[in-house]
Ligand binder design. Structure first.
Ligand code: NDP
Length: 246
């Protein structure tokens, strides 16, 4: 069995997930890098290893429940443990409610929400067995206060909150915590096509007047997934530059 704590991070190929993976590796975790595209994961693994860290690659579509559960079971078989699960992979399919198709709704729910359910169900047993677990799901301020054009996305992220609080109650006595980190606007591929006037408007809504960086989210995940955060569970940590303050 690997001595290091093992962290499974979905959506690790770029953006926030990549920053989380790099941070957890720097924290001394063995990080399993999961997303659909293998090439960027291989590059990230090499980069982590050249910095003295440990990583493995797991190409998986989190929308495919069977494949995702199998991937997590494979990690437990190969490395002998699973300590940290970061449900980060996520997509948007924005549309106003009158125009939103069933497919747009279902796809976002499947990738953003159902994947977290499948991953947590697969991770719960090995975590309970190890008497330690840190489950962190990446939601969004859209799921807390709503965002026009994102009925599907906001629903998926709000659902993560109720889901997380429920499993926090179910697993709390077994040393397993479950929390949500809810980013505001972070500079990644997901937000790079926002028109400049929209970005300027958003900045005006933020106490810090600037968009966040993936490393801002990674720092929060680092703490929530640490050994010392065992008394923190069922919480939503909003990292949004002071946009919502809910
Ligand atoms: P990006 O679009 O930059 O990256 C998304 C990541 O998810 C990629 O690694 C992608 O890899 C992976 N992914 C997407 N679909 C799947 C799938 N079906 N199976 C496996 N992996 C998948 O997004 P961000 O980094 O910006 O977002 C990360 C998370 O943070 C998401 O949950 C998002 O909702 C949330 N968030 C982001 C905000 C922002 O402002 N950027 C704000 C609030 C929340 P690949 O394509 O290789 O599969």
């Amino acid at each position: 069995m690997t001595e290091q704590r093992v962290a499974f991070v979905t959506g690790a190929s770029r953006g926030i997930g990549r920053a989380i993976a790099e941070r957890l590796a720097a924290d001394g975790r063995h990080v399993v890098l999961a997303s659909r595209s293998q090439a960027p994961l291989n590059d990230l693994k090499s980069s982590i290893e050249s910095n003295g860290g440990a990583a493995s690659v797991c190409a998986v579509d989190v929308g495919d429940g069977e494949a995702l559960a199998g991937a997590i079971e494979g990690v437990v078989k190969d490395l002998g443990r699973l300590d940290i699960l970061v449900n980060n992979a996520g997509i948007t399919r924005d549309n106003l409610i009158l125009r939103m198709s069933d497919e747009e709704f279902d796809e976002v729910m499947r990738v953003n929400m159902r994947s977290a359910f499948v991953a947590c169900r697969a991770a719960a047993r090995p975590m309970m067995k190890g008497r330690f677990g840190r489950i962190v799901s990446i939601a969004s301020t859209s799921g807390l206060v709503g965002n026009a054009g994102q009925a599907n996305y906001a629903a998926s992220k709000a659902a993560l909150v109720g889901f997380t609080r429920t499993i926090a109650r179910e697993l709390g006595t077994k040393g397993v915590t479950a929390n949500v980190v809810a980013p505001g606007y972070i500079e990644t591929d997901m937000t790079k096509d926002l028109p400049q006037p929209v970005v300027d408007h958003i900045k005006g809504l933020l106490a810090v007047r600037d968009l966040g960086k993936p490393t801002d989210i990674a720092a929060a995940v680092s703490y929530v997934s640490s050994d010392e955060a065992g008394y923190l569970t069922g919480q939503v940590i909003t990292v949004d530059g002071g946009m919502t303050m809910v």
